[in-house]
Design a protein around this ligand. Structure first.
Ligand code: PLP
Length: 462
């Protein structure tokens, strides 16, 4: 290449620049169209005085191509301490689910094709029997997520009619799922009963009339009303619903298929038990405690599920083949309770012992110190992880974290140091996401099962 041009010199002609060996090499790897596109942008920058020579032009084009070709969505290390982190994609999937997804993604599958009869099949067939077996429900269907499940159930069973809900359960999840809004979109009328902290049987009974379509109970998963409060149990509500011949629908949110308490975890409603209480239809997420792909599962009475399936909304909210393949594979793992916790990453991470997590953290400490530099003090401390996704915000899981603290004596400088460090962590090839608390940056190691890639990355980018 020729020597550097003077600032604000005339840029080369497009064709000339494209003929440079450096540009030719880029064209060979990425194609002419992309190089030309980036070159034009870079030439504009030259005219504006931001680029002053041929070497810089080539470098700019190269960088621009790299940026364009880097995938926007990519893996990160979730060291936030929140296992089911909605912003970080919630449940990590078991390998069995990944394999099932890959197999059907690569080509044709029997998604809606009955291999026995050679006739058209139903995409729910791949998962319905499993859901029924694991929950005791008569029938089940699956849609895009739990918000969609609630929308569909309300629309199919209660359009233009009233839905009775306790004022203590008019929930909002993650700022975008508000029960009253979903209800309006589903075309039903909200009939609020009781007070925020107390709702009694008579409140429900007085609200039930000819316009009542169903009773709805929402699991208040992301908050808890404590102290002077009363809410009816599923069994009590089921009795009222039965007496008045209206269905009872429960939005469980996370809904677990197994008893988490038996694993030493905080209690969450178990789907089969809720249905046993006489609840007619439940909805819950696939990517919360179940540990599967994003999905909304609807399970319950066969006659109600038949009405739900017939709704045109079901078609609009249905899952794709990869979701169904992953969900089927995850549900199958529940058939063997003995190997379940080891095979479903969500359950494995939630049940990881503090001592095990601490060992992981300790093994990383000196490498992290080398990467972060002497401006920071690194140690390992006890912290609390959270389940996340709205589950049990009050219950915590004992965990261990790498703690980084700035050595600066000025509090504001320390705070700035931590933010800069958090940014450096996010800029790594596989970004690391921790959390800032108490004048420190914490990297909770609960979700880090294989620390080799992280070690290698810190060592290489020190
Ligand atoms: C999480 C949650 C939802 C929304 O579920 P998504 O699968 O995120 O759509 C609805 N209701 C409750 C009670 C929840 O906890």
């Amino acid at each position: 290449m020729t020597e550097l041009a003077q600032p604000h010199s005339r840029p080369p002609a497009v064709d000339k620049a494209l003929s440079w060996p450096g540009m030719q090499a880029l064209i060979a790897s990425h194609g002419r169209a992309l190089v030309l596109d980036c070159l034009r942008t870079a030439l504009d920058a030259w005219r504006a005085g931001h680029i002053t020579g041929e070497a810089e032009l080539l470098y700019t084009v190269q960088r621009q191509i790299e940026r364009l070709l880097t995938l926007s969505m990519r893996p990160v290390f979730n060291l936030t301490g929140t296992v089911l982190h909605t912003n970080l994609g919630r449940a990590p999937l078991p390998v069995e689910a990944i394999e099932a997804m890959t197999a059907v993604a690569l080509g044709a599958s029997n998604l809606e094709f009955d291999l026995e009869t050679g006739q058209r099949g139903d995409r729910d067939d791949h998962v319905e029997a499993w859901i029924c077996r694991l929950t005791g429900a008569e029938a089940a269907t699956v849609v895009n997520n739990n918000a969609a499940a609630v929308l569909l159930v309300l629309n199919a069973l209660a359009q233009r009619r009233e839905v009775v809900v306790s004022r203590g359960e008019l929930i909002e999840i993650g700022g975008s799922f508000r029960l009253p809004d979903i209800m309006a979109r589903a075309g039903c009328k909200l009939r609020e009963v009781g007070a925020t902290n107390r709702t009694h049987a008579k409140d429900y009974i007085e609200a039930i009339g000819p316009r009542t379509a169903l009773l709805l109970k929402a699991h208040t998963s992301n908050y808890r009303i404590e102290g002077f409060s009363t809410a009816l149990s599923e069994a009590q509500l089921a009795e009222i619903a039965r007496e008045h011949q209206v269905p009872l629908v429960v939005d469980l949110g996370a809904g677990s298929l197994i008893d988490l308490q038996a694993l030493g975890l905080p209690a969450e409603p178990v789907v089969s038990r809720v249905l046993q209480q006489g609840v007619d239809v439940v909805t819950f997420s696939g990517d919360k405690l179940l540990g599967g792909p994003q999905a909304g599962i609807i399970a319950g009475r066969a006659d109600l599920l038949a009405r739900i399936r017939k709704s045109p909304l079901k078609r609009a909210l249905r899952c794709d083949k990869m979701t169904l393949a992953a969900l089927e594979a995850v549900l199958r793992l529940y058939a063997d309770p003995d190997s379940l916790v080891q095979r479903v990453p969500t359950l494995r991470l939630l049940t990881r012992s503090q001592s095990d997590i601490q060992l992981t953290a300790e093994a990383l400490s000196s490498c992290l110190q080398g990467w972060a530099g002497e401006a920071f003090a690194v140690d390992v401390c006890a912290v609390s992880s959270q389940i996340g996704s709205g589950s049990l915000p009050l219950e915590v899981l004992p965990s261990a974290a790498l703690r980084l603290r700035s050595r600066n004596t000025n509090k504001r400088t320390r705070s700035r140091d931590l933010r800069t460090l958090a940014e450096r962590l996010r800029q790594l090839p596989q970004p690391v996401v921790g959390r800032i608390a108490d004048d420190s940056l914490l990297l909770d190691c609960r979700c880090l099962e294989d620390s080799e890639p992280l070690l290698a990355q810190w060592a290489a980018n020190a």
